[in-house]
Design a protein around this ligand. Structure first.
Ligand code: FMN
Length: 172
């Protein structure tokens, strides 16, 4: 899989989750914060003469190549206002350049971590939203919500334990 880590904070919770998940699944990590990725312009180039390539000359082509050559995508993001971070959203929107059906049959694993505890509605809302997207794209979907209150290492250790089980499920 290709792991796309969406936190702006280097070495913090999402990075630690992403790095452990990548190790467990033998995946490469892309840190979205390190890339220059512009917002989708909805110009239609990719669906026309671009034929699966984007008109923007930035770092997205290498992400698209990694997605095309892997068996799935893992998106790992902090919850920002009940949503993914802007860094991850830029990547998601630019996946639009892929040709129809290119994601069919691949995995979509989403891990969201927030200050809120895991029973909070935000994880359910995010899980349902990505579930609809995965169904539309024909992807094999899995979701994990992790409550990672700032400075609470015990809660983080519990989240990591769940992560190990989740990584095993994603690999099945
Ligand atoms: C702009 C912003 C918005 C946030 N919104 C939420 C939120 O809606 N729900 C939540 O549980 N945590 C929210 N948080 C907290 C982060 O999700 C939480 O601290 C997370 O663990 C940070 O991940 P990181 O350590 O990888 O940066 C927010 C943090 C920021 C900076």
């Amino acid at each position: 899989m290709i792991v796309i880590a969406g936190s702006p904070r280097k070495g913090m919770y999402s990075d630690r989750i992403a790095e452990r998940f990548a190790r467990l699944t033998g995946s490469k990590i892309i840190y979205a914060r390190n890339l220059h990725i512009g917002p989708c312009r909805a110009c239609g180039y990719c669906k026309g003469i671009g034929n699966g390539t984007c008109v923007q000359k930035d770092d997205m082509p290498s992400v698209l190549e990694s997605v095309r050559t892997s068996d799935g995508i893992a998106l790992i993001s902090p919850v920002y206002w009940w949503q993914v971070t802007a860094q991850i959203k830029l990547v998601i929107d630019r996946l639009y350049a892929l040709r129809d059906g290119e994601l069919r049959g691949k995995k979509l694993a989403v891990i969201m971590n927030g200050e809120a505890e895991e029973s909070d509605a935000e994880y359910r809302i995010l899980s349902e939203q990505f579930s609809e997207m995965a169904e539309y794209l024909g992807m094999k979907y899995s979701f994990l919500g992790c409550g990672t209150p700032e400075g609470d290492e015990a809660a983080f250790a519990a989240a990591l334990e769940k992560l190990d089980g989740f990584a095993a499920i994603v690999q099945e």
